[in-house]
Design a protein. Structure first.
Length: 183
């Protein structure tokens, strides 16, 4: 049976993954989820509770989460790890680094909008950009959800494959604002 692990720094993120989790389970996959136990996780076969912070500045908690997840990965035999959220992706990609190098697992990272963007605070560029660039080497597929992130990733990052899917937002060509009525 093929196995996939979803990883995020909050269980709330399962809402993005529910359709995929349900579909994979219907197709015979074992679907597991790793995150803090901040809310119940449904639609998975096994839940891995990871005490993982949201802030990248809590380095000791992040290192502890990497160590715990690495041990879990070594004995679980996943085919795919699909990670989300900046800290969740750091934990997952570093925990899976050795297994990925050994070609035992594929790592997918969906970036739901990089924290470094045109006009972002300098601190975001100093903290998030170098980490994302470095960890792109530990990523088989990087999925972006907007054109700005996609272009930057294609130019600067080193993931095996970089994709763009249309993410959150409204297609203004499809849903044009109503014209104001003037009397």
């Amino acid at each position: 049976m093929p196995k996939i692990l979803f990883v995020s720094n909050t269980a709330n993120f399962q809402k993005f993954n529910l359709p995929f989790m349900r579909d994979l389970r219907a197709k015979g996959w074992q679907v597991d989820y790793a995150s803090p136990a901040d809310e119940p996780v449904t639609e998975c076969d096994n839940f891995v509770s990871l005490d993982m912070p949201r802030s990248p500045l809590h380095v000791l908690k992040i290192l502890r989460a990497i160590r715990i997840l690495r041990r879990h990965l070594e004995k679980s035999g996943y085919d795919i790890i699909h990670c989300h959220t900046p800290v969740g992706s750091v934990v997952a990609r570093l925990a899976a680094k050795k297994l990925r190098r050994q070609k035992k697992v594929k790592v997918i990272y969906t970036a739901h909008g990089f924290h470094f963007y045109k006009g972002a605070p300098l601190l975001n560029w100093l903290v998030y950009y170098p980490v994302e660039k470095m960890l792109s080497r530990c990523t088989d597929v990087l999925i972006t959800i907007n054109e700005e992130d996609y272009r930057l990733a294609k130019r600067r990052f080193h993931a095996e494959e970089i994709l763009k899917i249309d993410g959150v937002g409204v297609d203004l060509e499809r849903f044009a604002p109503l014209e104001e009525k003037h009397e």
